[in-house]
Design a protein around this ligand. Structure first.
Ligand code: TEU
Ligand code: CA
Length: 558
């Protein structure tokens, strides 16, 4: 296998708006990130993925870009950005930008021109279509609710297409001129020295441009965006062209945000000659999402979760590398989602971290995950900012939930859970800002914060540091990076996660006891060394059985 510069690296996602506010306006910013680079470095981070920092009206928190060549003034200036790049370089770190090119903001000049004159030169950058019998051109439901088609103001029976919010018109990737504009922009950032991109919602660029109706799957008579994407084809050629014109020339690291890929396409996506370096594994998140919406409660089930993880790892094994996450800015906090009530403690959080960070692939830590940040308990819908959450709340009400029940669903699933400000210390607003934070801080910051954990050798933060150091330890880095992933499903007590990372040199066993009981795990090989233990005790009997306490995680060299 050809060696790549990003093999063996560890990444962190930073959500700029909520990381650190350097100028008291309540909004995190680039200078704030710069001031925390040493913190990230000490955590063992090599690659930082920045959620969008481009100019934007922030209808969808920067995922609606109005100028791809400018930094959002809320976050700072291009000079700040260049400083960030230089400071990262100094520390041997790599910067990965968010690439949002399925759509732009309705305030982007391309769309402003297009909507003024859909028949003019910019009209073909988007999808304008005539309605059908007084209705929208097709029955597609946008990701954020309502039709994907929005009437063009002042034009009878003309609509434009948006898979997400109406302020996020989809770009027409079948227009060569538009594609070239995008390649040019990507190369401009790569020339600047960014190391690569996380590529947003990329499957959505493929369309069946005849826009046929599909069977409705809800009382609104619409069909889901997932169906719409799945019925389209041709993504392979589009992504290949994109890669050849941009990423490939710079040896860039790319990670695709890929939903609804056809299973047989995995090789094409992340194989050695694939479209992307890696793509995120969302299989565990799809379990909790609910097929029709958040109102469908799906409690955490250990077996289903483990099987999803294992299956994804096995499928990728002979193909390439996945990027492994337990949470991101679209998902609730992993510690709140993938741990049962009795595991809601530091040991549980460390166990989940162990399970995730030692998988085969590129580990991504989302800001705050490393201190065990949890979901936020809102007492009313007013406490949310996210447009997706508001839509899901309304949907839950329409589906017969009471307000209280709808709120429970949002508290469990809201994207704002992970978007609450980072918890740095016990000062006001968790030390995130000395102004008024743009989104209320989680009150649990008095217990969960960086400063308190820095000084506690047994804290979650210090455990994360041990984990990243272990993964990069020269004695084990080969095995953790390139070694096989071998799931252990047989002869293992219920609710114990067990997998091996192994190569010709060594075998490393990762164990986590998700059950409430102490259990015994029979080992086939003798233990040479305990590489990591999230609890104090390590007990092994004469029969070679290791005793695992509830929420105990062990990494054993066999
Ligand atoms: O997300 C793409 C996506 O498919 C989301 O709609 C996802 O299904 C949803 O957030 C789950 O609740 C990306 C970004 O990560 C997200 O933040 C943006 O809102 C979206 O694209 C539009 O750019
Ligand atoms: Ca600020």
């Amino acid at each position: 296998m050809e060696k790549k510069w990003w093999h063996g690296k560890i990444a962190c996602q930073v959500y700029p708006k909520s990381y650190y506010d350097s100028n008291r306006d309540g909004i995190g910013d680039l200078q704030g990130i710069i001031s925390k680079l040493d913190y990230l470095k000490a955590l063992g981070i090599d690659i930082v993925w920045l959620s969008p920092v481009y100019r934007s009206p922030f209808v969808d928190q920067g995922y609606d870009i109005s100028d791809y060549y400018e930094i959002a003034p809320e976050f700072g200036t291009m000079e700040d950005f260049d400083t960030l790049l230089a400071e990262m370089k100094k520390r041997g770190m790599y910067l990965v930008m968010d690439l949002v090119v399925n759509h732009c903001s309705s305030e982007h000049k391309w769309f402003q021109e297009a909507i003024r004159n859909p028949e003019g030169p910019y009209g073909k950058y988007f999808y304008f279509r005539k309605g059908k019998d007084g209705h929208a051109p097709s029955n597609y439901r946008s990701y954020f609710g309502g039709s994907m088609w929005e009437p063009v103001p002042g034009r009878e029976d003309l609509y434009y297409y948006h898979a997400f919010a109406k302020e996020q018109p989809d770009l027409n990737w079948y227009c060569p001129e538009l594609r070239n504009k995008i390649y040019e922009m990507i190369n401009w950032w790569l020339e600047k020295g960014v190391a690569g991109f996380r590529i947003d919602a990329i499957i959505n660029i493929q369309k069946d441009t005849t826009f046929p109706d599909y069977p409705a799957d809800g009382p609104d008579g619409l069909c889901s965006a997932d169906t719409v994407v799945s019925r389209a084809s041709g993504i392979g050629e589009m992504l290949e062209e994109l890669k050849v014109h941009t990423f490939q020339k710079y040896d860039a690291f790319t990670v695709g945000e890929v939903f609804n890929m056809k299973e047989e396409e995995l090789q094409e996506f992340i194989g050695e000659q694939g479209h992307f370096s890696t793509m995120f594994d969302f299989s565990q998140h799809l379990l909790t999402a609910g097929e029709h919406g958040w109102y469908e409660q799906r409690p955490f089930c250990f077996e289903a979760w483990r099987d999803a993880l294992f299956t994804a790892q096995e499928k990728a094994a002979s193909v390439g590398f996945l990027s492994n996450i337990i949470e991101n800015h679209d998902e609730p906090r992993g510690a709140s989602t993938f741990l049962p009530d009795y595991a809601q403690n530091d040991d549980g959080v460390k166990m989940l971290a162990t399970a995730s960070l030692l998988l085969r692939g590129v580990p991504f830590i989302y800001q705050g995950q490393e201190i065990g940040m949890r979901n936020f308990k809102a007492r009313s819908i007013e406490e949310f900012d996210d447009l997706n959450t508001k839509d899901q709340y309304e949907l839950a009400l329409r589906m017969g939930c009471t307000e209280q029940e709808a709120l429970v669903c949002c508290n469990r699933m809201s994207r704002d859970n992970a978007r609450r400000p980072m918890q740095w210390n016990t000062e006001d607003n968790a030390g995130f800002t000395t102004g008024t934070p743009w989104l209320k801080v989680n009150p649990d910051y008095t217990k969960i914060n960086v400063q308190g954990q820095e000084s506690d050798p047994d804290s979650v933060l210090n455990y994360y540091r041990k984990l990243t150091a272990l993964r990069k330890d020269p004695r084990y880095v080969q095995t953790f990076t390139y070694g096989r992933f071998v799931p252990v499903r047989e002869r293992i007590p219920e609710q114990v996660l067990a997998y091996l990372r192994e190569d010709e040199q060594q075998k490393i066993l990762v164990l986590g006891n998700w059950s409430e009981q102490t259990v015994k795990v029979s080992l086939e090989n003798a233990v040479k060394e305990v590489l990591l233990n999230n609890q104090k005790a390590f007990r092994i009997n004469e029969k070679g059985q290791v005793e695992l306490q509830s929420c105990q995680a062990l990494v054993l060299l066999l």
